[in-house]
Design a protein around this ligand. Structure first.
Ligand code: SAM
Length: 376
């Protein structure tokens, strides 16, 4: 059902709302732009859903906001669809990855830029933390690159480097190891002994070029670079988005953190990428949402939704992707309808069985709920 059809069901007075409850089939969507697949750190927003809601609930040139941007799926999809994007997250690594996507270069420009990059000259001092992962010559090149990036910021180059830092294939800089999380040096040493792995020299620049060629194989859409200039990602707590103006955003599409007993999610278990990341690392981990208590989550979301209402333009939409296996969607909807009735009309919900893309390794079908709210 199109958003227009959905809107017809909703009257302006929130007490007479007749909300929709529909299946949403995303299986006809293609996997999405190759840049979505640059790095995989566990659960991400379904690019097909981001694409669907951005095209149905906003217009070209409008501003799309994601306050829990993770690896920047919404932000990238917004730019691809000729919108502008602001994307925030409490985790500096998430912001770094998102900025890398927003500030993507054309492959020819990347090649020109990288040809001037000289990573030779340093001899890395032996470091027990890294020696089970990298050959000393590889580590030297990585350190030179890290220092250069600290002096001259290039978000896209940094994203390419973050994505090849460690993993299983010869395109990565490390011995074969887990791509999604960083294990510690003792665990890696054990893996090396068990499997006969030995860190060999892996030259950085050719691997950066190969990676960029791969993630840019779909090319950048015509207006991407123009939209990129007006798009940003920042570190911010979704509970307080003070720097964002009132009534400034045309659509919010986001997947909020869910109640979880896991202390370390994949996006947090990242000591190697965090070491490489050149942004200031303030203590964000104590501020992020981290509780397995559903009532605490409802309180958190209540405060977040009030703050999101402030930045959203009147009558514009906010769409939330939630996992019905992790939260009770009905309890959440009831909270929105009762406690937030002065802020939002609950327009309705979609259930999708869209194709889960290669980001998860397997092409399985994943059930998600999409809750559509409209600012009063
Ligand atoms: C489910 S993930 C979002 C997935 C993301 N949309 C993607 O495609 O990768 C939730 C995100 O919320 C962030 N987060 C947790 N608490 C937060 C808070 N209080 N403010 C802002 N971001 C927060 C986490 O760092 C994580 O990146």
């Amino acid at each position: 059902m199109s958003s227009n059809a959905a809107l017809k069901l909703v009257k302006n007075d929130s007490s007479f709302v007749s909300s929709f409850n529909e299946a949403l089939d995303l299986s006809s969507y293609k996997d999405g732009h190759s840049l979505h697949y640059v790095i995989s750190l566990g659960s991400i927003v379904n690019p097909a859903a981001a694409s669907h809601f951005i095209s149905n609930y906003s217009n070209k040139g409008e501003l799309i906001f994601d306050p829990f941007c993770g690896v920047g799926t919404t932000a990238l999809e917004a730019l691809i669809q000729n919108r502008n994007s602001i994307a925030t997250d409490i985790n500096p690594l998430a912001v770094k990855i998102t900025n890398g996507k927003i500030k993507a270069l054309n492959f020819a420009d990347f090649l020109f830029f990288i040809q001037t990059l000289n990573l030779q000259g340093l001899v890395a001092t032996p470091d027990i933390e890294f020696e089970s992962f990298y050959h000393p010559k590889t580590l030297s090149e990585i350190i030179v690159l890290k220092n250069k990036l600290a002096q001259k910021n290039s978000d896209f180059l940094e994203l390419m480097a973050l994505s090849i830092l460690h993993g299983k294939s010869s395109g990565h800089l490390s011995v074969p190891t887990f791509p999604q999380v960083s294990i510690n040096s003792e665990q890696q040493n054990k893996l090396n002994i068990e499997n006969g792995f030995f860190p060999e020299h892996r030259s950085v620049v050719p691997r950066l070029i190969k990676k960029a060629a791969n993630v840019l194989k779909d090319g950048l859409p015509l207006d991407f670079l123009k939209n990129s200039e007006k798009s940003y990602s920042f570190e911010a707590n979704a509970l307080n988005l003070g720097y964002l103006k009132n009534n400034s955003v045309d659509l919010i599409f986001t997947a909020p953190p869910e109640p979880s007993s896991k202390i370390n999610s994949k996006i947090e278990n990242q000591w190697i990428r965090q070491w490489f990341n050149t942004s200031e690392d303030e203590d964000w981990s104590s501020v992020r949402f981290n509780s397995d208590d559903e009532d605490e989550w409802l309180d958190f979301m209540n405060t977040v939704l009030v703050e999101l209402c402030r930045v959203l333009k009147n009558k514009k939409n906010l769409v939330l992707e939630v996992d019905p296996n992790k939260i009770s969607t009905n309890k959440f909807i009831n909270m929105i309808k009762s406690e937030l009735r002065d802020y939002y009309v609950f327009e309705g919900q979609y259930h999708s069985y869209g194709k889960q893309t290669a980001l998860q390794g397997t092409k399985k079908h994943l059930k998600k709920d999409y809750l559509v709210l409209r600012k009063i």
